[in-house]
Design a binder for this molecule. Structure first.
Ligand code: NCD
Length: 361
């Protein structure tokens, strides 16, 4: 395992840094050590992870290939600490770890841990980290995984941390799988550069949107649209980052008008678990922000329709069979990109390159 790079900075100083500046602490030698924020990925890293995911996918097709992958990290152990509801991301990581032979343990309900005896979550996670070589964490608190990365880096036994969703803020691995899906979808139509991406739904509280918007800034001339009802519009901090990078974007509430312009439409559900007053977002009229069957005729022939899932009614099920609906492919891509990320984290990705060179035609 490579050493981690946290230099001497107090937690209070670190916490106040903008995400881009924090990112400098998370990568080692152009590989993710911790994966905590989308801002830590540049184009080279994204291209690298996508290539690796594709190699892994191809290697895994044969039994001998799968055996090769299965032994790569059989001497390592991982803890999945998911204190926020999750089944698809949890299982995606679980399957990714299994593919690499990692031994997996899980904490999903902190009410059965000593947090109930008054222990701080920081102490709980620090204790658990002693038994494992990698922590994968989903928490309702924004910044908790970053805080743990800082705390553990000042102990005798730091371990890498992967953020599997933190509060309303970041979901970097979902954004990685979204990028991988876009890249594969646009393989024959010039890649992601120059495309128009439309985000729809709960943009104010959707962490997948925030992380993907950031990753898209690594591509040339991508235009971003944020289309939803006013109370659910994207945060100013996201727009500030786009302004700082000179990215063209549009904020509007007219979904119908934008469908024919889109190369990718990224639908999201209302994140009402964050309502300040229970039920308050139920009063917002979101009926215009659903993709219905009749919208397919307006959609470009090479466009893609995406969703991080779980969906509610924002995409009609009749749309599922259209080849432009790629949300089920996103799920599968998520597993492969997570295998690639974990392999990179442990620095065994070059073994995959070598295997691919020798065994894939
Ligand atoms: C997303 C999440 O948890 O932020 N789900 C996921 O990880 N695929 C989106 C959501 O819950 O709406």
């Amino acid at each position: 395992m490579r050493a981690n790079q946290f230099t001497d900075i107090t937690y209070e100083e670190f916490r106040e840094l903008p995400p881009k500046a924090k990112a400098g602490f998370f990568n080692v030698a152009h590989r993710p050590y911790h994966t905590l924020v989308a801002q830590q990925f540049d184009r080279t890293m994204l291209d690298r992870l996508s290539l690796l995911a594709t190699q892994i996918r191809r290697i895994a097709k044969s039994k001998t290939g799968m055996h090769f992958l299965n032994q790569m990290l059989e001497h390592r152990r991982v803890m999945l600490y998911f204190s926020q509801p999750s089944s698809r991301t949890f299982l995606s990581f679980y399957a990714a770890c299994q593919i690499l032979g990692l031994k997996v343990a899980e904490v999903r309900d902190t009410s059965t841990s000593s947090e109930m005896k008054g222990e701080s979550p920081e102490d709980t996670v620090r204790t658990f980290s002693s038994y494992f070589d990698l922590l994968i964490m989903r928490t309702p608190q924004q910044g908790f995984a970053e805080k743990m990365a800082w705390i553990l880096s000042h102990t005798e036994r730091p371990v890498p941390i992967i953020n599997a969703g933190s509060g309303k803020d970041q979901h970097p691995t979902q954004a990685l799988l979204d990028i991988y899906t876009l890249q594969r979808s646009f393989e024959k139509t010039g890649g992601i550069d120059g495309k128009t991406v439309v985000f729809v739904g709960d943009l104010a509280r959707g962490r997948t949107v925030r992380s993907l918007s950031c990753l898209l800034t690594n591509y040339n001339n991508v235009v971003q649209h944020f289309v939803t009802a006013e109370p659910l519009q994207i945060g100013q901090d996201v727009l500030d980052e786009l302004n700082a990078k000179d990215v063209t974007y549009h904020v509007s509430n007219d979904f119908e008008a934008i469908i024919p312009e889109a190369d990718a439409i990224y639908m999201t559900r209302i994140q009402d678990e964050w309502d300040q007053i229970p039920g308050e977002s139920g009063t917002i009229d979101i009926s215009a922000y659903a993709f219905r069957k009749e919208h397919l005729t307006k959609l470009k022939i090479n466009a893609v329709l995406m969703h991080p899932l779980p969906r509610r009614k924002e995409i009609a099920t009749e749309v599922d069979s259209d080849p432009r609906a790629v949300y089920w492919r996103q799920v599968r891509n998520g597993m492969w990109i997570r295998v690639a990320l974990i392999a990179s984290t442990f620095g065994v990705d070059t073994q995959i390159d070598e295997y691919a060179k020798l065994n894939l035609a």
